[in-house]
Structure formats: C-alpha cells, structure tokens
Design a protein around this ligand. Structure first.
Ligand SMILES: C[S@@+](CC[C@H](N)C(=O)[O-])C[C@H]1O[C@@H](n2cnc3c(N)ncnc32)[C@H](O)[C@@H]1O
Length: 413
C-alpha cells in the first residue's frame, strides 16, 4: 500500500484541517501583523477584523488539529468595541482584499493599536520599556486617499484587482479607497496583456502607469524644501505627508551641526542626505550609501549641487567594512527595508562611534532587533517618534534616535 492509499503524504496520519470551523472567542491584545490574539483550549488564535475587548464569532482560516497556532477572521461581532466603525471600503473585510487591516477601527484607536504593537515589540525583542504615541502626519483627515503608489494585478475578469489576505487570489477592486484620487486607471495596461501594473501619482501631479519597473519613467517629487527626480517604480514614501514628517523628525532628533560628518545609509534617491547636507554646510560631509544602481544614480543627480555629498553605490554591510568608511564620523541616518539592517551592518556603524544615530523603521520588529544590537554596541535609545503614514493598515513608521553611552573612563572625567 502506498502513502497515497493511506491518505497521507509520508506515511504519517495527517492532522485534520480546522478551516471553516467557527468558535466564539474573547479578543485579547493586538499583535504585530494586523490581528489580535485570542486563546482557545490553550492554543493561540490570531484573529483579524476584531478589536481588543470584543467577543466575536471567529471562523478558522488556517490551521490543523495539531497546529501550534491558528488564524481566524471575526465573521460576527457578539460584543462590540465602542471603537468599531462601519468600514468605509466595501472591499475590506473577511475573505476580501488584504490591503487594509483596520478599516473597521476608528482612526484614533487604529493609532493606539499601532502604538501598542511598537511598545510590545520593543519590550519583547529589545527589552526596552518605552512609551509610544503614534502621530498623524499633516494633511491626513480621515485616513483615506493617501496612497500615491498602488500595485494592481489582473483579476480573473481582466479588471484591476488586489490580493486577498495571505493568498494569490485576486479580488476585483473598482476603486481602492486608500488610493490617491489622482491615481491613473491601469485598466488599459491590463487589457493590453500586463499581469500587473503600478499606478503612480507624483507630488507634482504626474500620473504614470508602470508595467515594467526597468522601463519606469522619471517623476518629480518635492520634499524637505528640494525637488527630487526618480524612476516611478523606485522607492519614495507613498503618503504625501510622510517624507517631510520623517525628515523633520530625523533632523530634530540629530541636531546636525556645521562641519559634522554623516552617513545616510539605505539612501534611496538621497532624501536624508540632502537634508543633512544643508545643515552641516560646506565644511561637513555626507556619504549616501544605496545598493540599487539606478536609485543611486538619481541620488547623485538630485544632490549634484551639494559638493559636501558623495553617493556610494554599495551594500551597507560591505560599505561599513570598506576603506571609504574610515575617518571621523558624527551622525548616521539609516532607513533600511522591512527586514531591518541586521547585526553586521549595525556593528559596522557602532564601531565607528558616531555621536548619534537616527533609525527610520517601517517594521517595529526589525527596529527592535536592531536596537538590541545597537545596545550591545554601546548605543541607547533617547527618543522615539512613530507616524501613521499607512492609515487603515497595520503598518507604522518609527524614527528612533540613539546616542552613545559614555564609557566608564568618559564618565569618570
Ligand atoms: C526604505 S527605502 C529608503 C530610501 C530613502 N532613505 C528614502 O527615504 O527615500 C530603503 C532603500 O534601501 C535600499 N537598500 C536595500 N538593501 C540595501 C543594502 N543592503 N544596502 C544599501 N541599500 C539597500 C533600497 O534600494 C531602498 O532604496
């Protein structure tokens, strides 16, 4: 008899799927990833579309009888939080579009949930007990119509769609309510055969549909008192209020002084390097490090008028070991992708002993892990601001400022 005859794949009995089963659950704290934690018969269940304190009927969406944890959607609210609101978007909810996590939560409570997540990640992964408040960014009124970049995929009917949560299924979406009102329509690009298309509207009003990121046209953005040119599919903050808010938080936290020497790591098209350069003046120096060749070339062009800036096309961990990285260093800004900088890059920074470091983070878990490495290297958190630059979603952006702890000998002098 083969394992197929036994209904197993490897001769072991398969654990029965629990998908579709419904349970009443008391909803506990929010967790990283857009869900809340509930418990049933000693097992953790991550429940989406619920709010802490509610009692809901939850339908299991992932998990088997012997799984360590399960995932579920709240499909009926049995006892309702005062912070529950009617979802503005008809595509948000159980089994629907996975783009938003918190459309059912009032905006102030969304921000307090995000603050809870940041606080919990810092405490659990870095041992840091820190009060967190999540601030709205200027221009945000109702958390809608902010996304200046949205990637659509072709649904089965050929129309633009977005993916279901944790699925390759595509939900046709006629209008994404967090998408900017001026986003271009991608329908004709999908009709022409593209499997996906990114709709982009720049801060200066250019409307672009990108089907091949390699051939993306150049768009113009404005932030930090400067003009920036970049290819439409290269990194730029998607909320119109984000770039200015983050630059202000970094500059305020670091207080760059004339003549200081700085690194802008994961520099993109040069946003923070430009802001630092203007503060440190011609007597200082900024090295901007970016691994994506095309973005680094844009940074070079964007910052060509600032002779104190040098753009290096390199990976940060390699740069930190290189000869160019030698010499005095006062300030570092790092703005890594979601995975964080990692221990090698962080150690490369701390051994150069800058006076202060600004860490711009789109994932609080990665931030917390890297803060733990910074602490091992002698740097402690001195301030933290968190910004709601992705309203309706479980994403949050933090700016953490760290300073070097004085060594024992420095303390005694
Ligand atoms: C979150 S974006 C930040 C960009 C820029 N600081 C801004 O605010 O516009 C991260 C950038 O890091 C770059 N990047 C990713 N991994 C890298 C690495 N190992 N070394 C250098 N740059 C990297 C990406 O290409 C991207 O431009």
């Amino acid at each position: 008899m083969t394992s197929a005859d036994t209904g197993t794949t490897d001769g072991q009995l398969e654990s029965p799927s629990l998908i579709g089963q419904e349970l009443p659950l008391d909803i506990g704290a929010v967790a990283h990833g857009g869900h809340c934690v509930a418990r049933h018969e000693g097992r953790v269940i991550f429940v989406r579309h619920a709010i802490p304190g509610e009692r809901v009927l939850a339908r299991i969406t992932e998990g088997e009888a012997d799984s360590r944890f399960l995932r579920a959607d709240a499909v009926e609210v049995l006892s309702r939080s005062p912070d529950r609101v009617q979802r503005p978007c008809p595509y948000a909810g159980p089994e629907l579009c996975g783009g938003c996590d918190f459309q059912h939560v009032s905006l102030p409570r969304q921000r307090s949930l995000l603050a809870d997540v940041v606080r919990e990640q810092l405490e659990r992964l870095a041992g840091i007990d820190w009060p967190v408040r999540v601030e709205p960014v200027p221009g945000d009124v109702d958390g809608l119509r902010w996304r200046t970049r949205v990637g659509f995929v072709a649904a089965a009917n050929g129309k633009p769609g977005l993916r279901r949560h944790r699925s390759h299924d595509v939900i046709p979406v006629a209008d994404c309510l967090i998408g900017h009102t001026e986003l271009p329509d991608v329908t004709s690009a999908l009709d022409a055969g593209a499997a996906s298309a990114q709709a982009v509207v720049s801060g200066t009003g250019e409307r672009v549909v990108v089907t091949d990121p390699k051939a993306a046209p150049v768009v113009t953005e404005q932030a930090a008192g400067r003009t920036w040119q970049l290819h439409a599919s290269d990194f730029w903050q998607v909320h119109p209020g984000a770039a200015d808010a983050l630059v202000a938080a970094v500059i305020d936290g670091l207080q760059p002084a004339a003549g200081e020497r700085c690194w802008d790591l994961y520099a993109g098209v040069g946003l923070f390097a430009g802001a630092l350069a203007e503060r440190i003046g011609l007597g200082g120096a900024v090295v901007a490090v970016e691994s994506h060749r095309r973005a680094a070339e844009s940074a070079r062009r964007n910052l060509a008028d600032l002779s104190q800036v040098r753009v290096v096309t390199e990976r940060v961990d390699r740069f930190a070991r290189s000869r160019i990285a030698q010499g005095r260093l006062d300030l570092v800004v790092l703005d890594p992708p979601r995975a964080g900088a990692g221990a090698a890059a962080i150690r490369g920074i701390t051994k150069r002993r800058p006076r202060a470091i600004a860490y711009v983070a789109c994932d609080p878990a990665a931030l917390a892990r890297d803060l733990a490495t910074l602490s091992e290297g002698g740097y402690e958190l001195v301030s933290l601001r968190a910004f709601d630059i992705f309203p309706m979603t479980a994403h949050v952006e933090c700016v953490a400022i760290c300073e070097r702890r004085p060594s024992a000998s420095e303390r005694n002098t």
